[in-house]
Design a protein around this ligand. Sequence first.
Ligand SMILES: [Zn+2]
Length: 140
Amino acid sequence: MSHRNVHRFALARSPRGLARHRRRVLAQHNKRHVKRETFRDCGRRCVYCGTSLGLDNATLDHVLPLSRGGDHAPGNLVSACVACNQLKGSLLPLEFFVRHPWAGANFMRYARAVHRNFKRGARRAVSLAGAQAAQAAQAA
Ligand SMILES: [Zn+2]
């Protein structure tokens, strides 16, 4: 008698729906996995302001925003707090770091697993911002 129930349950889902469900579960698993890895690589901090974060209040930030041609590759992902993520918005990393040199300095220190071009860019942006500040100080 119990066999009949099992049979009916198995027929209730179409194979196609099952495949889709499994794909979604895998995608979610992968996303969590990527977040945990990224979080660990960034020293469990926001790479922009250096605040220690928990997995719950950390967000994933795309260094090169998706809207500017960035991708989901690990070298483009860092952990960031919500405030910095919003502050950065869809700015290019260079634009963001010139505007906020402190973020660039922390980025160089904490974002270890990002693509090296980003770190190079951050160093350039921070020194550019420093030069601009020196010029402004001289002019004043
Ligand atoms: Zn932050």
